[in-house]
Write a protein that binds this ligand. Structure first.
Ligand code: C2O
Ligand code: CU
Length: 475
């Protein structure tokens, strides 16, 4: 009798602990692994690959023309250092690092030297559709650059716009610590512009590394392009006072027919950019561009008073802003249609229990590998039912927003590389698979990425020799 009950109790315990143990064990990550072997392949309704391994191209071969000399050539030296009183990182002695300027079409060459960053570093060119070998993802497109080592990036700045660069090794920690900077690509006739890079250093809100209000000298009547870059993990609302303004570009791509915005805040998603055109008033006052917290740019005569912004202003909706213009591709039929469905549930991540993000119902590393062939017209439907907002970022491509919650985009073409998908929202986006490689597609709230909100987009016939683990930690 007693033995019977003990056995029954053991069986009952085993029924709970057994599967838990199995789930725990199944979540353990090997010490090093290829993203090519992770999870399962999702062909989005297209045909699976044939036997590709035999003549696959390695990501290393996907470079800019090696024979072409550089037009912009610089060295960035990374160091561990205190920044705004907290442990962080500098590039050439500052954080943010130097603003890199290029004219559209120029070949940019950046030699990255790791002088003293213990965990190794990389640079990812956020929003620039670089060749895959230059994408800077540790363990996917290169090995992390250890102390005393260097790596040279080369790519053509193919599109005029506002971009940024940041480490993609231990990115949650290193981006937080300020291993980042702005990359500005201007047309042949450069506009009068000012960079407004937002970052928090240990909770201190800064613009271009300066806490609080920063003055930018500009004559009355002057029109300026303010290039807002959000390097933080959450969306910010940018507010302007003292000038009518327009949104000229989002994520490095000009909008069509932008109209004056009155009394609305411009949301800029984590990792995203927005270029605002403001005009300094004739009366000697300054324009205030308020980013988040106390960080603001005051643009105008040095002592000109700057009006306060309206903190209660509603948000501008980019889905209907600007004027429609035909797309370069009709995006009415698709070679692949993927769903990227974000949820959340309890489970294990590398043996640690927690409540983790899911992708199409799966926990990292059992996640989809989205497979495309070069030239495919691709639709991705991102649904977020996870209880929190996610700034989703696809490397190497710009996607156009087709609809949100079933409502078709009705304004300018809205091309994104970073898209805020709020809880309960569904976005349909589309892109052309025109940049072969293995590309991350992840949440740019970087703690979420390190909690497994990461997938990859892979082209048929491309493979990576790199491994995540053993010193390569992309998140
Ligand atoms: Cu701005 Cu995967 O990164
Ligand atoms: Cu997220």
């Amino acid at each position: 009798m007693r033995i019977g009950r003990l056995a029954a109790a053991l069986v009952a315990t085993g029924a709970v602990v057994g599967p838990l143990g199995w789930l725990w064990h199944g979540s353990l990550l090997p010490s090093a692994y290829s993203v090519m072997e992770m999870g399962y392949e999702d062909y989005g309704g297209g045909s699976p690959m044939g036997d590709h391994a035999a003549h696959a191209r390695g990501v290393d071969t996907l470079t800019a023309d090696p024979a072409r000399p550089a037009d912009v050539d610089l060295t960035l030296v990374a160091r561990a250092a205190k920044v705004h009183g907290v442990d962080g990182y500098t590039l050439n002695g500052t954080s943010p690092g130097p603003v890199i300027h290029a004219t559209v079409g120029q070949l940019v060459q950046v030699r990255l030297v790791n002088e003293s960053v213990p965990g190794g570093i990389t640079l990812h060119w956020h929003g620039v559709d670089v060749p895959n070998a230059e994408d800077g993802v540790a363990g996917v497109t290169q090995d992390a650059v250890g102390r005393g080592h260097e790596f040279t990036y080369r790519f053509v700045a193919g599109q005029a716009g506002t971009f940024w660069y940041h480490s993609h090794q231990l990115s949650d920690e290193q981006v937080r610590g300020g291993l980042l900077g702005a990359l500005i690509v201007t047309p042949a006739e450069p506009p009068s512009d000012v960079v407004a890079l937002f970052h928090l250093y240990g909770g201190t809100a800064t613009v271009n590394g300066w806490a609080g209000e920063t003055r930018v000298d500009a004559r009355p009547g002057r029109t300026t392009r303010v290039r807002v870059i959000n390097t933080e993990n959450g969306q910010i609302d940018v507010r302007v006072a003292g000038s009518p303004f327009r949104v000229l570009a989002v994520d490095g791509t000009d909008l069509n027919g932008p109209t004056p915005v009155d009394g609305l805040a411009v949301p800029v998603t984590a990792g995203g950019r927005a270029d605002l055109e403001v005009t300094v008033p004739a009366d000697g006052s300054a324009v205030r561009v308020a980013l988040s917290g106390s960080a603001a740019l005051l643009i105008g005569p040095p002592a000109g008073p700057a009006p306060k912004v309206d903190r209660s202003a509603k948000r501008l909706d980019l889905l209907s802003y600007g004027k429609p213009k035909p797309l370069p591709v009709s995006f009415s039929s698709f070679d692949r249609s993927f769903k990227y469905d974000i949820g959340r549930r309890p489970g294990f991540l590398d043996g640690r229990p927690g409540v983790y993000w899911t992708i199409n119902g799966h926990l990292y590393p059992d996640i989809p590998m989205f497979v495309v062939a070069e030239g495919d017209v691709v639709r991705m439907t991102i649904h977020n039912g996870s209880g929190e907002s996610h700034p989703m970022h696809l490397h190497g491509h710009h996607a156009v927003v087709l609809s949100r919650d079933g409502v078709r985009a009705s304004g300018s073409q809205w091309w994104v590389d970073s898209l805020e998908v709020g809880d309960g929202e569904t976005y349909e986006i589309a892109f052309v698979a025109d940049n072969p490689g293995v590309w991350m597609d992840h949440c740019h709230n970087l703690p979420h990425a390190s909690e497994g909100l990461v997938t990859h987009l892979m082209y048929e016939g491309v493979t990576t020799p790199y491994r995540v683990g053993r010193g390569n930690v992309p998140e």
